[in-house]
Design a protein around this ligand. Structure first.
Ligand code: ADP
Ligand code: F6P
Length: 319
């Protein structure tokens, strides 16, 4: 292993820059040449490849987004296109590739490894939707962003004695809603893994009113969606003014939390170690703060597990 490259793919996530920094510096430390690839697999196909040094990653550990830019590249699903990508990597003398992204990006990396390129995946997505790892990079920061928004919404909801519905990201995964709901003291949490019953939600609201609650907070995952419709229905049934806030892409930005920076640094360093050991088609994850790595195919085949226990705890603490 003489030359490695790094790219970011799919939706950006806070902590990606900290991971890029770790890969670049750990690679240089091991005497490797490190190349950066811009705009994910699209940039790879366009030859947007440049050499990186220690200074290329100065002053980025605290920044959200990705200095390498990111993209979605649907044509990468075609084998002939991936063959071209493998050829381009060969032209640049790149033997190992670190891909920071989610399951789609990892599928691309795994297929690339079939073509002789050594690939290692680092999980970067706010969604926390990769079952093989306890946390993905960006999830903790996104949670804190949601919490900050919830705190602000609580101020205005309490003043007006309103119900506040907050719709958060996560694709088909309810983790952002669940954990932000628990940390934010939400009265109800609506996730795609559990669905919901409108009568139950309204009962919680009306019981809360009787007990003297001044406001009500409902977290809805985007995989369920429909925050505005839900607000209308709840207002109609309970007679209490209800407002919906869809947080959107604000959840994807911002300076990464300490947790995400530490995880990113450890994962980046481990990715380089694996490449130096000659490993391929592996993805990095974590069990708490312990770094683990698994075969990519096995990792992607793992069934999604919903954290029922935390869901029940959140429910029992909400009133
Ligand atoms: P994420 O990596 O966050 O899951 P996407 O699902 O959008 O994000 O995937 C990111 C990119 O990974 C896609 O634009 C594409 O380039 C690549 N990719 C996704 N699925 C596949 C696949 N089945 N085969 C090859 N490449 C894929
Ligand atoms: O995967 C991260 C994510 O932010 C999801 O939570 C969301 O559904 C999606 O990406 C939004 O994608 P885009 O940035 O293309 O609108």
């Amino acid at each position: 292993m003489k030359t490695i490259a790094i790219l970011t793919s799919g939706g950006d996530a806070p902590g990606m820059n900290a991971a890029i920094r770790a890969v670049v510096r750990a690679g240089l430390d091991k005497g490797l040449k490190v190349m950066g690839i811009q705009r994910g697999y699209s940039g790879l196909l366009n030859g947007e490849i440049f050499e990186m040094n220690r200074n290329s990653v100065s002053d980025i550990i605290q920044r959200g987004g990705t200095i390498l830019k990111t993209a979605r590249c649907t044509e990468f699903k075609k084998e002939e296109v991936r063959k071209k990508a493998a050829q381009i990597l060969k032209v640049y003398g790149i033997d190992g590739l670190v891909v920071i992204g989610g399951d789609g990006s990892f599928t691309g990396a795994r297929l690339l490894s079939d073509l002789g390129v050594k690939t290692i995946g680092i999980p970067g997505t706010i969604d926390n939707d990769l079952p093989y790892t306890e946390f993905t990079l960006g999830f903790d920061t996104a949670l804190n962003t949601v919490l900050d928004a919830i705190n602000k919404l609580r101020d205005t909801s309490t003043s007006h004695e309103r119900i506040s519905i907050v719709e958060v990201m996560g694709r088909n995964c309810g983790d952002i809603a669940l954990y932000a709901g628990l940390a934010g003291g939400a009265e109800s949490i609506i996730v795609p893994e559990k669905g919901y019953n409108l009568d139950d939600i309204c009962r919680v609201i009306l019981d809360g009113k009787q007990k003297g609650k001044l406001h009500n907070l409902i977290l809805v995952a985007e995989g369920v969606g429909g925050a505005n419709d839900l607000a209308e229905k709840i207002e109609e049934i309970t007679g209490i003014e209800t407002r919906a806030t869809i947080l959107g892409h604000i959840q994807r930005g911002g300076s990464p939390s300490a947790f995400d920076r530490i995880l990113a640094s450890k994962m980046g360093a481990r990715a380089v170690e694996l490449l130096v050991e000659g490993k391929t088609a592996r993805v990095i994850g974590c069990n708490g703060m312990n770094i683990i790595d698994l075969d990519t195919t096995e990792a992607l085949a793992m069934p999604r597990k919903f954290d029922e226990k935390t869901y029940e705890i959140a429910k029992s603490l909400s009133y």
